[in-house]
Design a binder for this molecule. Structure first.
Ligand code: SF4
Ligand code: SF4
Length: 250
């Protein structure tokens, strides 16, 4: 947060693009680039996997124009890192987050001239949960005309739809939902969903005795995403089976 505030202020004052370099093992040429280029901010991390898509989106929306992220050397977590970066790209960071490994000549990359993007004061976006920050940051990064974006299947954002002809109103899905995303309307007991709370965990899909529910990954960027809405009718194109857990961080 402090780094974003400083980058945001520096950009407002200088008009120059701000570059963030996140690494576990210091890459060759970084110290020289840092000494020569005022707007390159290196940050050493004890573990690269502690940085998730919400942190990266927030940094891009509120101060930094480009992020260079060192690849995780451990194969067991490399896929998780790739998933996080893919999510950042889908949610407005395309072309602004680059991976590098220990062999990359980073100095030449850092010397490339880039133009600054508009950014939002960090404290405006860092409100509520990390999910809220990711959503607010994506809304700031994506063009204003986009109010919904589809995401890869393992993304922890999305909606749940209902085949009404199968539902017997047993409410099992409501009771099992760990994030209180599913609920019942006061009048009539219809199923409702607060999309911003749904992590696509798949528990409701698993427990439904009628196989009436279906998930679809994506992010609704409109104001209605944070309010209970009647479940949309299943149109037959959504995912019906829960995905394996552990794809992406909330
Ligand atoms: S997928 Fe998980 S979080 Fe989303 S509504 Fe179903 S149980 Fe709740
Ligand atoms: S668990 Fe299935 S059948 Fe029961 S209320 Fe939910 S959608 Fe309907």
């Amino acid at each position: 947060m402090d780094l974003c505030q400083e980058a945001h202020a520096r950009k407002l004052e200088s008009g120059r693009a701000q570059v963030l370099v996140l690494y576990e093992t210091e890459p060759a040429g970084l110290a020289a680039a840092e000494a020569r280029l005022n707007d390159v901010i290196p940050v050493s991390l004890c573990c690269l996997t502690r940085i998730g898509h919400a942190d990266l989106l927030h940094a891009l929306a509120s101060g930094f124009d480009v992020i260079h992220l060192q690849t995780c050397p451990r194969p067991s977590v490399r896929q998780a890192q790739d998933n996080e970066v893919e999510l950042v790209r889908e949610l407005g960071g395309l072309g602004r987050i680059m991976l590098f490994d220990r062999e990359t000549a980073l100095e030449r990359r850092l010397a490339a001239g880039i133009l600054p993007f508009p950014s939002v004061a960090p404290e405006i976006l860092a409100v509520g949960s990390r999910r809220d920050t990711a959503r607010a940051s994506a809304a700031a990064l994506l063009p204003p005309a986009i109010d919904h974006i589809g995401l890869p299947d393992k993304a922890p954002y999305g909606t749940v739809s209902l085949d009404e002809s199968l539902c017997n109103k047993c409410s099992s899905c409501v009771w099992v939902c760990p994030s209180d995303a599913l609920g019942l309307t006061e009048n009539g007991g219809e199923l409702s969903l607060v999309e911003s709370l749904c992590s696509q965990c798949g528990l409701c899909i698993t427990i439904c005795p009628q196989r009436a529910l279906h998930m679809e990954a994506g992010m609704d960027l409109s104001a209605s995403a944070v309010l209970p809405q009647l479940l949309t009718r299943w149109e037959g194109s959504s995912r019906g089976e829960p995905e394996e857990a552990g794809g992406l961080q909330n």
